[in-house]
Structures are given as structure tokens and as C-alpha cells.
Write a protein that binds this ligand. Structure first.
Ligand code: GDP
Length: 424
């Protein structure tokens, strides 16, 4: 069984919790795209953890975790993340963590370039997390990237790096007038943080095909959400990778495999970190109330998230591009304090009512059309069965389900591992 767990919205939907939960039914958990530019929060019997790079299956002793070829990996960050988990008793070995030989290394100069460009843009900045993600994906497609497999051949890597740094200095030193990069320093950095990862480096194509033929259950864990996808998201305020389920087998290293199930993680309201169009955005006291109730501060950066009511237009689009076969509606407990729950049901673009998610300038012009649904005004966080939910909560779930046109299989009512309800 091959399952992808993906974000329907702008990210931060609570994927980490659901992946951690479902990792018990899976032999292998794979991260297939992105880098350390987002965080997955996992709360389980071992404590509270924020993962930026490691797959969320890392907490179960028998689960094998794979970092796929679609990822970009800052090996210094990965080393720190591994060490922090190690200090808290989570054992990471070449048996439970495999890293694709084709995954690309995010170098210190990628972070530097990210910062130099955001600073140059000033007020017009993209709201990058400054973790080097756009520059490293650019290098991948320029065929100037260093891949994890290069660490296996240090002498060849040294020569390759020299040529790359010469080229990079045309931008860093000559373009941005920043201090020149030094190939020797970069090589030392690669050895310092890369050598201990060598036993983890694997041809994940061979490995995963073998595991699949043995009938293992495999889960693909996405980072961010549909609206941050490089092609289908709110370009250019997107991430630099494909966050879509259809990319999961490619980014894992097994483009020949087909997914059996796509579980879309969708939040009961909307949040968005950084710049870009966010039509359903609420401001002032309404926004503060929702932000506080949901603890909406970025897991990777601590930035306050922009918030709004559930956005039917964007979520229906997210469900469609993800090809979701069912949904988990998360953080429903956060809406418990409302008499009337705001839902953005359509967009108004220059007086025209629009139900299909627009792109480009039309999206920039869109204004939200809000409807209000009756709230339930009581704490639902202890509920574990559908029958325990108040009638209005069930009505809200039903309303959302009909609006987005996909079955809601799970409802999450708290951050803890067991705080969820199976709806059917
Ligand atoms: P991810 O990037 O999709 O994994 O999401 P984040 O970890 O950035 O954000 C989800 C946040 O919501 C984390 O702090 C989770 O612990 C928390 N969370 C997840 N599901 C629920 C839920 O159903 N209710 C509440 N109150 N919090 C939740």
C-alpha cells in the first residue's frame, strides 16, 4: 500500500501529527521534496519535537525513514537535528534513516544568496525563509549542484567544487559585491557535516522498489501545501519544489510506482506564512483571536502566521490538484470559541463572483465573500468518537465536506497523537 500525506492549503495543516500517527501502519516514511524551510510538529509519548528535514516516522523504532532525491538537504542543519534527537534518546542509524544519493546538498552559499537577494529586494521581498531553498533548486536545474552521492568520492568532489565556486563567485563577489567564496572552506564544511552521513547514503530507487516488491507499506510525507507548489501554487510566492502528491513517487526515487491513497490534510480554518495573496485573510481583533486560539506561529521561523476563515475556493482547488482520495480536517478544536464561524465561500473579482481558484493578477484582485456557519461553543478536544461531537460540529464538517467535494475521513481535535476521530 502506497499512501501520500499532503497539504491541501498553504502548509502548516498539521501533517506532522498525522504522519506520526500513521507511521505505525507503515514500514517506510519518505520525505520527497523541500528542505529545512518548514517545520513539522510532532507530539508523542517521547515529547514535543519540531522536525525540519527528518521524516516524521523517525520516532517509531521499526519504521525506516527515507530522504528522497527531490529533497535539498542542508547537512549542517541535518546534523544538528539528528544530534538533538539523539540527546533525547531517539536512535538514528543507517538502518532507520536512508538518504538518497541523488538528493541535493544545500550549501552555505545558497543561504547567503537567499539573504543577499531578499535584502536587495527590500520591500518587494518574497518572504523567503532564507534557508537557501530557491538558490539550491536553481543550481539543481543549472546542473551545478552537489549531490549526497558526491560525498562518496571526495577527490572528485574537490575538483567539481572548485569549478562551481569559480562560477558562484561571478554572482556572490562580482554581482552582489559580497565577500568571495573559498572552495577550501566549502570543502571543509562538506567533510565536517557530510562524513558521518556516508553510511546513510542509499540508492533509494533500488531500495524502495525492492521494499515495494516485498509488499511493504510505504508512506510519502509532503512538506508545505498545494498552494505553495512551484507550478500550481500562488507563484511566485510558492516554494521551489513540487508539493503535489503526483510528484511523491518521483521525489522519492520510484517514478514507476503508483499511489493507492492520497490523504489530504486540510485545516478547519486558513493560515499562511509570508508574503503573497491570501484572499480570506482576517485582520485586527478577529485575526488575533484566531491566531492565539490556534497558536499560529511558524514552526521553523517563529513568524506569526496570517489567518482567515476556511477558504472553500482555495481548498477545493487544493483537493483537486492533490488528487486527494480522502481528507483529514485538522484543528477543529480551535474553532470551539465561536458563535458564528466565518467561511470564505467565493471570491469577488471586479464584481464577478468566482468559485474556481484564479491565478496571477485575478487572484491579487480577489476579495473574500464570507458566509457564517453556527458554532458549537464548547470544548471538543476530549472527543474521540463521531457520536461525541456536538451537532453543530458535525454540521460544520458536513458543510465543508460538501463544499470541497471529498470525504473527510479524519477530524483532528488536538495536537496530541490520539486527539483525532475516525469519521467512517
Ligand atoms: P505541518 O507543517 O503541516 O506538520 O504543521 P505544523 O506542525 O506547522 O502546524 C501544526 C500545528 O498544529 C502544530 O503545532 C501541531 O502540534 C498542531 N496541531 C496539529 N493538529 C492539531 C489539532 O487538531 N488541534 C490543535 N489544537 N493543534 C493541532
Amino acid at each position: 500500500m502506497l499512501t501520500a500525506i499532503v497539504g491541501i492549503n498553504w502548509g502548516d495543516e498539521g501533517k506532522g501529527k498525522m504522519v506520526d500517527l500513521f507511521s505505525k501502519d507503515n514500514d517506510i516514511v519518505i520525505r520527497y521534496q523541500g528542505g529545512n524551510n518548514a517545520g513539522h510538529t510532532v507530539i508523542n509519548d517521547k515529547g514535543k519535537f519540531i522536525l525540519n528535514l527528518l521524516p516524521s516516522g523517525i520516532f517509531r523504532e521499526t519504521t525506516v525513514n527515507v530522504m528522497g532525491c527531490g529533497m535539498v538537504i542542508d547537512i549542517e542543519h541535518l546534523t544538528n537535528e539528528m544530534n538533538k534527537l539523539g540527546e533525547r534518546g531517539i536512535s538514528i542509524t543507517p538502518d532507520n534513516l536512508k538518504i538518497s544519493d541523488k538528493a541535493v546538498i544545500c550549501m552555505p552559499y545558497h543561504k547567503l544568496l537567499d539573504c543577499l537577494e531578499e535584502d536587495r529586494l527590500g520591500d518587494a521581498k518574497f518572504g523567503s525563509t532564507r534557508r537557501g531553498i530557491a538558490p539550491v533548486y536553481s543550481d539543481k536545474y543549472m546542473k551545478k549542484a552537489i549531490r549526497m552521492g558526491d560525498l562518496l568520492y571526495p577527490d572528485i568532489l574537490k575538483t567539481k567544487l572548485k569549478s562551481i565556486i569559480e562560477w558562484k563567485n561571478l554572482t556572490v563577489r562580482d554581482g552582489y559585491k559580497s565577500e568571495a567564496l573559498d572552495a577550501g572552506e566549502m570543502y571543509d564544511w562538506l567533510m565536517k557535516y557530510g562524513e558521518h552521513l556516508i553510511p546513510h547514503i542509499t540508492d533509494t530507487t533500488v531500495y524502495l522498489n525492492k521494499m515495494n516488491s516485498e509488499g511493504k507499506n510505504i508512506m510519502f510525507e509532503a512538506q508545505l501545501g498545494a498552494l505553495r507548489d512551484i507550478d500550481f501554487g500562488i507563484y511566485p510566492y510558492t516554494s521551489s519544489s513540487s508539493t503535489i502528491a503526483a510528484y511523491a513517487p518521483i521525489g522519492a526515487g520510484v517514478p514507476n510506482l503508483k499511489l493507492d491513497k492520497v490523504l489530504g490534510i486540510m485545516k478547519a480554518y486558513s493560515t499562511c506564512v509570508g508574503e503573497g495573496p491570501f484572499t480570506c485573510e482576517m485582520f485586527g481583533e478577529d485575526a488575533d483571536k484566531l491566531r492565539e486560539a490556534g497558536g499560529e506561529y511558524g514552526a521553523a521561523t517563529g513568524r506569526p502566521r496570517r489567518v482567515g476563515g476556511f477558504d472553500v475556493v482555495a481548498s477545493k482547488y487544493g483537493v483537486s490538484v492533490q488528487g486527494a482520495t480522502s481528507l483529514a480536517l485538522t484543528k477543529l478544536d480551535v474553532l470551539s470559541g465561536y458563535d458564528k464561524i466565518p467561511v470564505c465561500v467565493s471570491y469577488d473579482i471586479d464584481g464577478e463572483i468566482v468559485h474556481d481558484f484564479p491565478t496571477g493578477v485575478r487572484l491579487d484582485k480577489a476579495k473574500p465573500v464570507y458566509e457564517y456557519v453556527d458554532g458549537w461553543n464548547c470544548d471538543i478536544s476530549p472527543c474521540r468518537k463521531k457520536e461525541e461531537l456536538p451537532e453543530n460540529a458535525l454540521k460544520y464538517i458536513d458543510y465543508i465536506e460538501k463544499k470541497v467535494g471529498c470525504p473527510i475521513e479524519y477530524v483532528a481535535v488536538g495536537p496530541e497523537r490520539d486527539a483525532y476521530i475516525k469519521m467512517y
